[in-house]
Design a protein around this ligand. Structure first.
Ligand SMILES: [Zn+2]
Length: 160
């Protein structure tokens, strides 16, 4: 691992010098091309006489931080997007529940109305029936028709 000093030319004959820490010359060039884009010409490459044996912690941290940031931002975004989606789903679900509750209320009210009407009709019908009840004058038994009452009298009170 050494520091490579690369002098290169870009479009418009502008020349630059870059210092890149890399394992070898090829990797240093590859990194430079990846970082700056199209290079018109490499003028010179020289490396420091001494191999690099250590990198200060601060620089390592800076490099790691740079990568961390990229990763963290990516993750946070997906997590937030997930949360947003989940919130939307929850909202829709609760809206549906409210709607269903409203529907239930409406149905209950309708059922109540139907029950009230039915019992009202029932009592009206009962009133009608009561008016035409025939009662046996011997034992007070009730009959729906005059014929029924007469049959009862001839059968039950035959000997009376
Ligand atoms: Zn009777």
């Amino acid at each position: 691992m050494r520091v490579f000093k690369i002098n290169y030319e870009m479009q418009g004959n502008k020349s630059f010098t870059a210092g890149i820490l890399a394992e070898n010359k090829d990797k240093a060039l590859k990194f430079l091309k990846k970082t700056v884009g199209t290079i018109k010409r490499i003028n010179s490459i020289s490396s420091s006489d001494t191999d690099v044996h250590g990198i200060d912690d601060e620089i390592v941290k800076r490099i790691l931080k740079k990568y961390d940031k990229v990763e963290v931002v990516k993750e946070e975004k997906t997590v937030n997007e997930d949360k947003e989606l989940q919130n939307k789903i929850k909202l829709l679900e609760s809206e549906n529940i409210e709607k269903l509750k409203e529907k239930d209320k409406h149905i209950n009210k309708l059922n109540n109305d139907i029950n009230n009407l039915t019992s009202e009709l029932e009592s009206l019908r009962m009133d009608g029936v009561k008016e035409t009840v025939f009662i046996c004058n011997i034992c007070d038994a009730e009959f729906k028709s005059k014929v029924g009452m007469k049959q009862h009298r001839t059968r039950v009170h035959k000997n009376d």
